[in-house]
Design a binder for this molecule. Structure first.
Ligand code: ATP
Ligand code: MG
Length: 343
């Protein structure tokens, strides 16, 4: 079979990043070898490691590579708390205007959680809100952070969520907000979502206040289909929702813009388990599955997804976070073996 070669920018990141990235690349290569998809990985450091080598947190060569390839697979990069270090993740999302953060939350067959059969999607606005990073020390002892919500930003994320719902036959969208308190910012977000909703009569549109949503999700996540959120609420709700499907080791994500897309897990660099072969690569692997669909390689994507599902259904080679005793590498090898025996 003539292989089609996809150029993909690869950022292993730090903490557990290099371990999960190595596992994922190995699996994607194995799947591609069977389906006729080939990959040319352009690998770059980012964050503290890049700074030590190049003097830049995000090397110019990495920016150029994403600009050219238009698609990247990215491991987590640590953002130290406080200090003058801008988040690499936020900087990349802003630089490439990756305004839509897409996070599907779906149980894997065979992995028991307290919430079986959850299937919901978070569409998180990815470029503004309190993450605009506009913070000042007004006077000593008083700090201020500006919450930026724009008509443009709110409308395009709402449009992305409704377009997705229509295309994929999803039934319901809830805007999540706190407009009772933040009447102008969250009020504008809701106004924009309502306007977009009028163009999609086939999709039911509702609004829930964010604190109530946390309670409602824990009581009954099945009432939700798509959650449409600003940046901060989406970040917090993603971690909450990850618990439905087995935790942060499972949930994938895509950062989508008009020109480029960066695929990365919801989780961070988990320094507590880094370098110990303990990390679960499933979240980044399912992010790679999203990437393969984006690259129009559905056969490769489905082969990997089937491999993941077979390993979870068998339940013998799972990582510690989901109740197993296997390491990152053994899990990856089990997925490869499952893909091969399914063929
Ligand atoms: P960030 O600020 O970057 O979102 P965070 O504070 O939310 O980071 P994470 O790094 O995402 O924290 O991880 C929280 C905890 O979840 C980790 O300490 C780790 O124990 C667990 N965890 C996260 N990702 C994984 C994974 N892939 N496999 C196993 N455990 C994980
Ligand atoms: Mg987090």
């Amino acid at each position: 079979m003539a292989a089609k070669t996809h150029k993909v920018t690869l950022v292993p990141g730090d903490g557990i990043g290099p371990e999960v990235t190595t596992a994922v690349v190995k699996i994607v290569e194995a799947a591609g070898a069977a389906t006729g998809a080939a990959f040319d990985w352009h690998t770059f450091d980012a964050g503290a490691d890049a700074f030590a080598k190049t003097g830049e947190y995000i090397p110019k060569a990495l920016y150029n590579s994403i600009e050219q390839n238009r698609v990247a697979l990215k491991g987590p990069v640590t953002t130290p708390i406080g200090g003058g270090f801008a988040s690499i993740n936020v900087t990349l999302r802003k630089k490439f205007d990756l305004f839509a953060n897409f996070r599907p939350i779906k149980n894997l067959p065979g992995l028991k959680t307290n919430y079986p059969g959850v299937d919901l999607i978070i569409f998180r606005e990815n470029t503004e809100d309190l993450y605009a990073g506009l913070e000042v020390m007004v006077v000593p002892g008083v700090a201020q952070s500006l919450k930026i919500i724009t008509e443009k930003g709110s409308t395009r994320i709402a449009k992305a969520a409704f377009d997705y719902a229509k295309k994929h036959g999803r039934k319901k969208i809830h805007s999540i907000h706190k407009a009772n308190i933040m009447k102008l910012t969250d009020g504008l977000f809701l106004d924009c979502a309502r306007k977009v909703a009028t163009g999609f009569p086939e999709v039911e549109y509702k609004e829930h206040i964010v604190d109530n949503t946390c309670m409602q999700l824990v009581m009954n996540p099945y009432q939700y289909d798509i959650l449409l959120t600003e940046n901060l609420y989406g970040d917090i709700l993603s971690d909450l929702c990850s618990a439905f499907v087995g935790g942060l080791g499972l949930v994938p994500g895509a950062n989508l813009g008009a020109e480029c897309a960066i695929f990365e897990a919801v989780h961070g660099s988990a320094p507590d388990i880094a370098g110990k072969d303990l990390a679960n690569p499933t979240a980044l692997l399912q992010s790679a599955v999203l990437m393969l669909h984006h690259l129009d390689e559905p056969a490769t994507a489905e082969r990997i997804q089937a491999g993941i599902e077979a390993v979870y259904a068998e339940g013998k080679t799972l990582t510690k976070d989901v109740g197993g005793t296997s390491g990152t590498k053994a899990f990856a090898d089990a997925v490869i073996a499952a893909m091969e025996s399914a063929a």
